[in-house]
Design a protein around this ligand. Structure first.
Ligand SMILES: [Zn+2]
Ligand SMILES: [Zn+2]
Length: 260
């Protein structure tokens, strides 16, 4: 359970369109988050649709307690157009090397397009590495190849970011570059946390978010800022800069619903 004084969680961000912050509650989703922790405790895997399955290489939670350490998980409480409660589940980044997992929301980009891009660019990077081995180290040709290899790696990150589609709750769609509010560059992994994945899925399926709870599960991170089963608000570095745009329009959806 959260320690006394721990923040209520949820998420917030500055919306450039409205010129103010948008917020989402972090409390109402906690019972569903606690139930998810209990599911992990009881089953040692994350296959929500098939609790009776034994843990396998794709679904097992055991690696969360090993050298790779734990991970953030999120639960988004929503209402559908009929007013029925829906619960969405998300994990940060990849789980056991997978972007997709049955019963969980996916990332903000098309996974097949992502893999095609990464595979082709990494092939080129390896080719350049092999050609460098044939040249005299620190020679002119070698230096040129090294520069090209470095540029390719840098461009890859930007090309990956360009695959992300960031919806809001007004029917708008943005790129990560458009959604990101901040002076500094976008950190690696922006858009891969639970909050953006969950909100994007809700927006695409016309679900109205009510509350978001995120918790850490597994061996604490190296700096001990993330502790097993503790709740945390959406992160400041990667999430806060895009959440203002993503949360935009939630209030309007609520207003529409109450007039029906
Ligand atoms: Zn985050
Ligand atoms: Zn707004």
């Amino acid at each position: 359970m959260p320690a006394a004084g721990e923040t209520a969680g949820g998420c917030a961000g500055y919306c450039p369109r409205c010129g103010r912050n948008h917020f989402l509650d972090g409390v109402a989703a906690r019972p569903a988050a606690l139930a998810l922790m209990q599911f992990f405790d009881d089953n040692d895997h994350v296959h929500l649709a098939r609790p009776e399955n034994a843990p396998d290489d794709r679904t097992k939670t055991a690696p969360l307690f090993g050298p790779e350490r734990g991970k953030m998980f999120g639960v988004l409480l929503c209402r559908d157009v009929q007013g029925k409660t829906k619960i969405l589940y998300g994990f940060s980044g990849m789980f056991n090397g997978h972007w997709r997992m049955p019963g969980w929301v996916g990332p903000l980009f098309d996974v097949d397009t992502f893999h095609d891009l990464v595979v082709s660019v990494e092939r080129s990077i390896k080719q350049l590495g092999r050609r460098m081995k044939q040249e005299k180290q620190n020679g002119t040709a070698w230096g040129r190849l090294r520069t090209r290899r470095r540029d390719l790696s840098r461009q890859l990150m930007q090309r990956i970011f360009a695959l992300y589609r960031v919806p809001d709750f007004r029917g708008g769609r943005h790129t990560l570059f458009q959604a990101f509010v901040g002076e500094s560059g976008m950190p690696t992994g922006t858009g891969d946390c639970c909050a953006p994945k969950l909100l994007a899925h809700a927006a695409r399926h016309r679900l109205v978010p009510v509350s978001l709870a995120e918790f850490y599960y597994g061996r604490e991170n190296a700096s001990a800022t993330r502790v097993h089963k503790h709740f945390y608000p959406a992160c400041e570095e990667k999430c806060a800069p895009i959440l203002g745009t993503m949360l935009c329009g939630i209030g309007e959806m609520d207003a529409q619903d109450t007039t029906i």
